[in-house]
Unconditional design. Structure first.
Lengths: 494, 321, 269
């Protein structure tokens, strides 16, 4: 049997077990997915199949066959014969995964050069490969550099380079994670078709929604072990483990159950426009009602962050107006909490500074910091740490705590959960719901992820290239989208 | 195409500006130094009558209004006339031109040796003990005055072991120690930047992709990382040339070689201002040429710096997620 | 790691010794640095004279000790002045309107393309030789690097996310500057300065070696090196020890500077 046959994979790093007894079978023509959160060991497992573990990692395996070859005891030279020729890797973010100084054509040709294939016909083969991954104008693209192509095209080129050696096995490690939803859907189809053509495809992801579109069977991995497996249909409709259920729930769109009562209109935005070198926001108009959560959704380049910053006052519109009915305290939770904290200061000091700016006198500040931290579910000991020393989820909570120091009435959150694992994400979203009720906040939630918007927001603005193409209640817009772009987004995500 | 023209025009304008700035600076500097130029030139001891001084002044054209002097100076520069040496009564261009050869020989040879050493060291000594030794060596070389390195090499290899001649330019062997001396600090700089560039490149995700295709370390370095490292090293070129020029002055003194070093030093001590100005202009010209070449070469090595009109859908600025 | 630790300790110890020599030369020196005794000329290093004697019979060790103040002093002085000037000019450029800032940076970049020694040489060429002019030249040569760094840091920090975040939270502009921008800029400059002292020392030594600085019989390391050049075959110690002093001083300053930088960046990163 060709494809991959793996039994008893164990990986240790610095005497700590990180993968503990993984078995895996991938047959030609099928796509197997490994799903899990960061730290589960899925990437390490994928790298083990290529013999590319990081320094300091030790691997033992009972059996490992790749495309019929026994790889269990291969040395580095043996592995080099396999890599690219019998098994290939497609990783995340082609902008970083392709050499930016080399032309696409050279990158695609490299596996052929390394393994001595198709001598004399390589240029032809390159164009063929690029066409096979549906890259239009393949000859011209072969002469371009990675930064000249869009994200989706780059990923296709990366896949083409992985296929250049005609490997029997393809390992896709988070290959679609960095892409916009619409592009992601298309690349997933491409991967599916590669499997259908007879290769064995291993798909690693943290996103069940993506897995559903591309895989036949799925293995759920947690802390180095496979805790559940089965066909995609089985696992997703009747998961046995609680953890699996949590993962599935985190990537599905559960519509918001409690709809806040529409209060008074707090803000009226009229035909607001802004340009930097190119137009950013283009004639945006909407209203913000108190007590509700407004979602701003769009893909990269849609200027949703710029719009959010205008709400906070960090940017001023070139044209149009933002009319607040009354002076409001508006605070922002940044997209990148690591960047938003002074790296030299402890978290406690940063929050204290925010309190000082809000007018809280010196004496009460220490207590206020502790109170804020507990409000967002953080232990007071974390106040003495620096941002780098916190986990992603903790940093996000700390950023929220700091924004709350000013006791805002409106809270604008820019992609607050995009970089978080699904279970952590769920907990932070719960926190935000709770805070909204307890503090009677009006929230504006910017995200590219429709599932998150659907779970958290009452109303939504759909943005594309700086303009609002559709707006309304989440329930209406997502179930019956009017604008073609909204339809595309919804189809890709939900 | 239009963009390329604008860019070239910009580079040309920059070059002209720098040269003009250097010329003006040189001219101004001599007019603002305290003391009358002729007295300074003749030295404080010279007991010369005012009439003779006036005569010298007139002869050298120092009694004309400053603006006129400036215009004639710049005009002369455009014609390639750098003025006349006060001390040697020869055209400055001739003074410099005669000594340019040996200095050029020395610096070019030194540069070649430096690049060779740097490549070998950066490519071969990348890990473990070799790397530690090399890094320490670089620290020592860069912390040592180049003239001391020359003296140590002289003491050991010329006086001590007798492998090389002690001074002079009689045989090709005389250029070995000076070139090596000059090359060492430059090679340390290049290898540092090269190694950092290569290491940085191999930490990038694309290095993993290259390995996943079955490439060995040799291919990774030679076909990929080296280019990244070289791009970084290229930005250093102007600085390196400057190092070579300054170092040449010192090395020529240590090894008693003829060349621009001796010319410059003599001119400085004798306050022969036209020659000094000439050397400054030469440095500026070299600097400009090197910079232009580097600016033209850089986009060739790093295609991200080339701005072509978008032939395909222009990628939107991707937010980092 | 152990090696790095050892190197740091050695560097600090050496610089302490140099500082001692600079401040209390008479305490360390074994002889009068200016006392010539032709009978003991060109003696090899030994018990009587640790580093030997030069052509005039002067004790090389004592001369090296006495030279510390001059050689290191110039480096220190030049660096301090250059940091001060660079900080002011650089921060001003960082908050100035774009056009002014671009022009200033273009000029600074041109200067930065030249090694310090070359700039110092050009300045001395214009001003004329002499110890004072050398000091001026080395200072001027050191300034551009600090201008560049101060300006880059100021500009980057002004638009940095955490600075903007502070403003959004309501922290006033002046407070934001003094709390978030200034300390970071000062920190970067200090780290660069410890590494930069080495360059200034080397530039000053180079100019002295060429005879453009202090004149005989002053004990100055660069000058001593040139003095020993002509008798190199017979008395290598006259040139080698002063050169060694320069090298070890610069190495020590660099090692300390790099470790400081690693510490600061570790905290920053």
């Amino acid at each position: 049997m060709t494809g991959v046959r793996l039994r008893g994979l164990r990986i240790e790093i610095d005497a700590q077990s990180v993968v503990d007894g993984v078995d895996l079978d991938v047959a030609p023509g099928e796509c197997i997915a490994i799903v899990g959160e960061s730290g589960a060991g899925k990437s390490l497992t994928a790298r083990a199949l290529l013999g590319m573990l990081p320094d300091g990692a030790h691997m033992t395996v009972d059996e490992l066959r790749i495309d019929g070859t026994d790889a269990a005891a291969l040395g580095e030279n043996g592995w080099r014969g396999l890599r690219g020729r019998r098994i290939a890797l497609v990783s995340q973010d082609a902008l970083a995964a392709l050499d930016p100084l080399r032309r696409i054509g050279r990158e695609v040709a490299e596996p052929m050069e390394i393994h001595g294939l198709h001598r004399g016909r390589r240029d032809e083969r390159v164009v063929q490969l690029l066409e096979s991954v549906s890259l239009p104008e393949a000859e011209q693209r072969a002469r371009s550099h990675p930064h000249e192509l869009s994200g989706g095209m780059r990923q296709r080129a990366l896949i083409a380079s992985a296929l250049a050696g005609d490997p029997a096995v393809l390992v896709a490690d988070e290959a679609t994670t960095a892409l916009d939803a619409t592009v992601q859907a298309r690349i997933l189809s491409l991967l599916r078709s590669i499997a259908d053509q007879g290769r064995a495809v291993l798909f690693i992801s943290h996103d069940f929604a993506a897995v559903r579109r591309v895989a036949d069977r799925v293995l759920v991995m947690r802390e180095g072990r496979i805790i559940e497996q089965g066909t995609v249909a089985e696992v997703m409709t009747s998961p046995r483990e609680a953890y699996t259920r949590a993962l599935i729930a985190a990537s599905a769109a559960t519509p918001r159950t409690q709809i806040g009562e529409a209060g008074e209109v707090l803000l009226q935005v009229r035909a607001v426009s802004k340009r930097f070198e190119r137009p950013a926001v283009v004639e945006a108009s909407f209203t913000l009602a108190s007590g509700r959560t407004l979602g701003i959704v769009g893909e990269s380049g849609s200027a949703k962050t710029t719009l959010a910053r205008m709400l906070v006052g960090a940017e001023r519109p070139d044209e149009g107006s933002l009319d607040w009915t009354r002076a409001q305290r508006v605070q922002l939770v940044h997209q990148n909490p690591l960047g938003a904290f002074d790296p030299r200061w402890t978290v406690g000091r940063s929050i204290s500074e925010a309190l000082q700016a809000a007018g809280i006198p010196g004496g009460g500040r220490r207590r206020a910091v502790v109170r804020l931290l507990s409000e967002v579910g953080l232990d007071e000991a974390l106040a003495a740490r620096r941002p780098r020393q916190l986990s992603g989820g903790q940093r996000q909570r700390a950023a929220i705590a700091r924004a709350l120091a000013a006791d805002p009435q409106v809270l604008v959150l820019d992609e607050p959960v995009s970089a978080l694992d699904p279970t952590v994400r769920a907990r932070v979203l719960d926190l935000l719901s709770r805070l909204q009720v307890e503090r009677q906040l009006t929230m504006v939630f910017v995200s590219h992820d429709l599932a998150v918007i659907a779970a958290v927001c009452d109303d939504v603005l759909v943005m594309r290239d700086g303009a609002i193409v559709e707006q309304g209640r989440v329930a209406d817009v997502f179930t019956a989208p009017q604008h073609p772009f909204t339809r595309e987004l919804v189809a890709a995500a939900l | 195409m239009r963009h390329a023209l604008i860019r070239t025009a910009g580079i040309a304008a920059s070059a002209v500006l720098v040269l003009w700035g250097a010329a003006t600076l040189a001219f101004l500097a001599f007019r603002i130094i305290p003391g009358d130029a002729v007295s300074v030139m003749l030295g404080p001891q010279a007991k010369v009558s005012e009439a003779v001084k006036a005569g010298v002044r007139a002869e050298l054209g120092l009694d004309r209004p400053p603006l006129e002097q400036y215009v004639s100076y710049v005009g002369g520069l455009l014609r390639g006339d750098l003025g006349t040496s006060y001390q040697l009564r020869m055209p400055v261009s001739e003074v410099i031109g005669r000594q340019l050869g040996p200095t050029l020989q020395l610096t070019v040879l030194a540069l070649l040796i430096a690049i060779l050493i740097a490549l070998v060291v950066a490519l071969l000594a990348r890990r473990g003990l070799a790397r530690a030794v090399v890094v320490t060596g670089e620290l020592i070389v860069l912390s040592s005055p180049v003239f001391w390195i020359g003296i140590v090499l002289l003491a050991v290899f010329a006086f001590g072991l007798g492998w090389f001649p002690v001074a002079g330019t009689r045989s090709p062997a005389t250029v070995v120690l000076p070139a090596l001396t000059l090359a060492l600090p430059v090679s340390a700089l290049i290898s540092q930047v090269l190694r950092d560039g290569i290491d940085e490149a191999e930490r990038q995700p694309f290095a993993e992709t290259v390995r996943s295709r079955g490439a060995g370390p040799a291919r990774l370095v030679l076909r990929h990382s080296l280019r990244h490292g070289a791009a970084g090293a290229l930005t250093l070129t102007a600085y390196l040339i400057g190092s070579l020029l300054g170092g040449a002055v010192l090395v020529e003194t240590v090894f008693a070689r003829p060349g621009l070093g001796r010319v410059t030093l003599t001119a400085i001590v004798d306050r022969d201002l036209p020659v000094v100005a000439g050397v400054i202009m030469l440095s500026a010209a070299v600097f400009v040429v090197v910079n232009v070449v580097v600016e033209l070469l850089h986009p060739l090595i790093d295609p991200r710096l080339r701005v072509r009109p978008a032939a395909f859908e222009a990628p939107a600025i991707e937010e980092r997620r | 790691m152990i090696a790095r630790r050892t190197a740091l300790i050695l560097a600090v110890m050496f610089l302490a010794a140099v500082a001692l020599a600079a401040l209390f030369p008479d305490a360390l020196a074994t002889h009068d640095p200016l006392r010539a005794d032709v009978r003991s000329a060109l003696e090899a290093p030994g018990a009587a004279h640790l580093f030997g004697t030069d052509q005039s019979g002067r004790d090389v060790f004592s001369r090296v000790v006495h030279g510390a103040g001059r050689s290191v002093g110039i480096g220190l002085l030049a660096t301090l002045l250059a940091v001060a000037v660079g900080l002011v000019l650089g921060s001003l450029s960082g908050v100035a309107p774009r056009l002014l800032d671009s022009a200033a940076m273009r000029a600074t970049d041109i200067l930065l393309a030249f090694p310090e020694f070359l700039i110092a040489l050009i300045v001395v060429a214009v001003l004329g030789p002499g110890p004072v002019n050398v000091a001026i030249a080395v200072t001027i040569a050191a300034v551009p690097v600090y201008i560049r760094l101060a300006r880059t840091q100021t500009r980057t920090l002004r638009i940095a996310e955490h600075v903007e975040a502070a403003r959004i939270l309501g922290v006033g502009p002046v407070r934001t500057f003094t709390r978030h921008v200034a300390p970071a800029v000062l920190g970067s400059l200090s780290v660069l300065a410890t590494i930069g002292i080495g360059s200034s020392i080397l530039a000053a030594a180079g100019l002295s070696f060429l005879g453009l600085g202090p004149s005989e019989p002053a004990p100055e390391w660069g000058l001593m090196l040139s003095g020993g050049r002509n008798v190199l075959g017979r008395a290598w110690w006259i040139s080698v020890f002063p050169g060694l002093a320069i090298t070890l001083t610069v190495i020590s300053a660099t090692v300390i500077g790099r470790s400081l930088r690693a510490r600061v960046e570790g905290r920053r990163a």
